[in-house]
Design a protein around this ligand. Structure first.
Ligand code: PLP
Length: 363
């Protein structure tokens, strides 16, 4: 059996240092904020090449706090990819703004910069590219449009820990980058977690303020903030896992290379890597018009697959109010009907590519 992803194997590989880190926090008697969180924030900022990192309770909150820090709210529009996990859109709606979708380049699955300008209106405040599946969006033209049109760039980096765009790690290309440490992400906690990174000290301070009840000084509340903090226990676990992030990304790259070689004649449309990016393979996403049959063939051989994502955000019940039709975003609609994800993780057995090839040939 080859599961789609086995989180327990990741834990077992680092069991001793993770157990020690958790016990250190329990023994320390400090369970919100404190030295463990500050140390992780400093280490994560340094890793990302950003001046600041601020923890949050999860990735969705990190996106919401970033939008609020930029004073984006009711009456505003934010440009989002039509092909993404729904959280990107939900963050925009959560602050009362309107998500305005732009279609992807199907070769990279990421937002197509050449379609962005047509979606800008006088109400547009920000562009929110997503580095989907672990591959950076094409940031240079996006940053150029944002600069010319006076917009902010909020990166949804929830799938891109350690990925590089033009030789520089994701984390401070735009105004602010938002991270999730959900257990299944490339840097995953033992529960929920999130963070922002930024070079702008004003935004870092504002996110910290908003996520801590709008308070800098105990019982003094400058703004109507919320409670969204990264727990020290999770920070301690993330500090251990951060030491292995690059090595684990190398394993993902090796697995992706073995898939590309083994599956080149499989009839599947394989993922492409843009020349300017270093992909961290959060997901290995292939396309086929026969997806359902192929997923059944693989399941019969004990190989787990998943679909990321079967229903595009514009067709979700949550967005019925926007009045979109399936044909409004035909590229996303087509991708939603064809994509599926092969097993991908640092602990995925290295002979998986051969097993996939054999299963598909017999299928
Ligand atoms: C996981 C994810 C999020 C949300 O992160 P949570 O920690 O689950 O709230 C946001 N955007 C994208 C693209 C994601 O993959």
């Amino acid at each position: 059996m080859i599961p789609f992803l086995n989180l327990r194997d990741a834990y077992l590989e680092l069991k001793n240092p993770i157990d020690a880190a958790v016990l250190r926090v329990l023994d320390g008697g400090w369970y919100i904020g404190g030295a463990e969180l500050s140390a992780f924030e400093a280490e994560w900022a340094a890793y990302c090449g950003a001046a600041h990192a601020v923890g949050a309770a999860n990735g969705l909150d990190a996106l919401i706090l970033a939008l609020r820090a930029l004073d984006i709210g009711a009456g505003d529009e934010v440009i989002v990819p039509s092909h993404t996990f729904v959280a990107t859109w939900l963050a925009v709606s959560a602050v009362g703004a309107r998500p305005v979708a732009v279609e992807p380049d199907p070769a990279s699955f990421n937002i197509d910069p050449s379609r962005i300008e047509a979606a800008i209106t006088p109400r547009t405040r920000a562009i929110m590219p997503v580095h989907l599946y672990g591959q950076p969006a094409d940031l240079e033209p996006i940053l150029d449009i944002a600069k010319r049109r006076g917009l902010s760039v909020i990166e949804d980096a929830a799938q891109a820990h350690g990925a590089c765009y033009k030789g520089r790690r994701i984390g401070a290309h735009g105004d602010i980058a938002c991270w999730s440490f959900y257990p299944g992400k490339n840097l995953g906690a033992m529960g929920d977690g999130g963070a922002i990174t930024t070079n702008r000290s004003d935004l870092a301070e504002k996110v910290r303020l908003l996520g801590n009840y709008g308070s800098r000084e105990k019982y003094v509340h400058e703004v109507a903030g919320t409670n969204s903090r990264l727990d020290p226990i999770q920070a301690a676990v993330l500090r251990v896992k951060l030491l292995h992030l690059d090595a684990w990304a190398d394993r993902r790259r090796a697995l992706a290379a073995s898939y590309a070689a083994a599956l080149q004649d499989s009839g599947l449309i394989l993922p492409q890597v843009a020349s300017e990016s270093e992909h961290v393979w959060h997901l290995y996403v292939v396309r086929s018009s026969e997806r359902e049959r192929l997923m059944r063939v693989l399941a019969a051989k004990g190989i787990g697959t998943q679909i990321h994502y079967p229903i595009p955000p514009h067709m979700q019940g949550a967005y019925a109010g926007l009045g979109h039709l399936p044909g409004d975003f035909p590229i996303s609609q087509q991708l939603a009907g064809e994509v599926f994800s092969l097993p991908m993780g640092p602990q995925t057995p290295s002979d998986t590519a051969e097993k996939l090839r054999a299963a598909l040939e017999q299928g």
